[in-house]
Ligand binder design. Structure first.
Ligand code: FES
Length: 123
């Protein structure tokens, strides 16, 4: 297979689709898509803030990411189930659908608005 070939990657919930060179890490792909993932260790598999969820395909199909490396297995406790991955370690090797965590500010605003709605409905 051509190592410079491109793969289609969809990032949710932004619903952004881009073509990514095989072998690119998910973290690099996120940045190329103009999106962001929170990180503190700059890709050294130490902060565990770059966790993403890869959509699991139907049986017999690949999820589009490289097999978890030893560090990733140890950090995440991956044992067979591989939906949760470290964005700085997992590499794009095929078409993939990847769920990114919600931005913390958006998450806080959404929770606050939900709380206000709940408070108003109690009246
Ligand atoms: S960027 Fe810190 S664990 Fe991935």
């Amino acid at each position: 297979m051509n190592p410079t070939s491109k793969e289609k990657v969809v990032f949710l919930p932004a619903n952004k689709t881009i073509q990514i060179t095989r072998g690119t890490t998910v973290l690099q792909a996120v940045r190329q898509a103009g999106l962001s993932l929170p990180v503190r260790c700059d890709g050294r598999a130490a902060c565990l803030m770059c966790k993403v969820q890869v959509e699991q395909p139907q049986e017999g199909q690949q999820d589009g990411l490289s097999d978890p490396c030893e560090v990733e297995r140890r950090k995440l406790g991956i044992d067979g189930e591989r939906a949760l991955r470290l964005g700085c370690q997992a590499r794009i090797v095929g078409p993939a659908v990847i769920h990114l965590p919600e931005d913390r500010l958006k998450q806080a605003i959404r929770r606050q608005m939900q709380q206000q709605d709940d408070d108003l409905s109690d009246w």
